[in-house]
Design a protein around this ligand. Structure first.
Ligand code: UDP
Ligand code: MG
Length: 315
């Protein structure tokens, strides 16, 4: 029997064939230094560029590599979840395949874990090779999330982090479909601490997170952790009703004084369009929540694997 794994490194992979050899080399180097039994879970999220073959071939050579091959692309968040599900280590590190998260930082994360912290997240002290647009939208997003949700997500953190087995087990039991792992980890609690690092530029290839996907993720975070958008409808309703109640006596008084104001269709049209718009937007917000509710109600599996190691039993 192989020795019990102490550290699991879980890496979602989507078309990263150029980065994989370097990732494997650097992770191996650092984990050899750490000197405890480890595994490298490579979760192939429906790659089409040959990453799958590379992973499967390399796993034949290096027993540390545990391939989890998805049947299609399920998305980064789901791939991270699969990484947690299949991990066996006492601590699990989540990191990207594109080497933006330098494997050397793992040693710092482990050090804090040994100090007794259950969650050690890497904080981006600096970022190389990212557009100002990405940084600005990210900053705005964190501010918004921290304001309207109950969880406090540490600013400038990504999914690069180490989690203790206790935390991983809790997260594995949270099977929500539209997920935002960062907020879920913050929600779970435990002793958490940050470690600063410099986020490198992408090693090869291009980002798999276009604006559209970032927006989806932001919506997952907001709807998953807050009712605030639903409450906006209530606020707007009170606001419009309040204005109309105030307006009625004013208009009556003006008319009695013989004023011609508030005749004409333009005023009516504006009011109708405004209210119609508010109602449609509220309906749309409601739809976002109902759609998610419907997805959860179907209870489909989060992901489908084509090939994977045996799943460790849940406690
Ligand atoms: N990724 C994935 N599935 C996807 C998109 C991305 O598994 O549908 C992986 C990708 O291979 C990488 C990580 O998620 O390891 C982060 O993606 P990326 O580097 O493109 O995001 P960015 O760093 O630009 O935010
Ligand atoms: Mg990246």
């Amino acid at each position: 029997m192989e020795p019990d794994v102490v550290f699991s490194i879980a890496v979602p992979v989507y078309n990263e064939v150029e980065s994989l050899p370097e990732l494997h080399r650097r992770v191996t180097e650092i984990m050899e230094q750490v000197g405890e039994p480890w595994e490298l879970l490579l979760i192939d999220d429906g790659s089409t560029d040959g990453s799958t073959d590379w992973i499967l071939a390399k796993a034949q050579e290096d027993a540390h590599i545990k391939p989890v091959i998805f049947a299609r692309n399920f998305g980064h968040q789901i791939a991270v979840t699969a990484g947690l599900d299949y991990s066996r280590g006492q601590a699990v590190v989540i990191m990207d395949a594109d080497l933006q998260d330098p494997p050397e930082v793992i040693a710092d994360l482990i050090e804090k874990w040994r100090d007794g912290f259950e969650v050690v997240y890497a904080v981006r002290a600096e970022r190389e090779g990212e557009t100002w647009f990405k940084k600005a939208t990210a900053a705005l997003f964190y501010r918004l999330i921290n304001r309207i949700t109950d969880v406090d997500i540490p600013v400038d953190t990504g999914d690069f982090r180490l989690m203790d087995r206790q935390v991983v087990n809790v997260l594995s039991g949270m099977r929500e479909r539209h997920r935002f792992p960062r907020a879920m980890v913050a929600w779970v609690g435990f002793r958490q601490i940050g470690v600063p690092y410099t986020r490198a530029a992408r090693y090869a290839g291009e980002t798999k997170y276009p604006f559209r996907k970032m927006l989806r993720l932001a919506l997952n975070a907001i709807t998953g952790f807050s009712y605030f958008p639903l409450q906006i409808a209530t606020y707007l309703g009170f606001f419009s009703a309040g204005i109309s109640i105030l307006a009625i006596p004013v208009v009556i008084a003006l008319r009695l004084m013989g004023s011609q104001a508030f005749f004409g269709q333009a005023t009516t049209l504006i009011a109708v369009l405004f209210l119609g718009g508010v109602q449609l937007i509220s309906l749309g917000i409601l739809g976002e929540y109902i759609g998610r509710l419907y997805d959860e109600a179907k209870g489909r599996p989060l992901y489908i694997v084509r090939e994977a190691p045996e799943k460790p039993g849940q406690p």
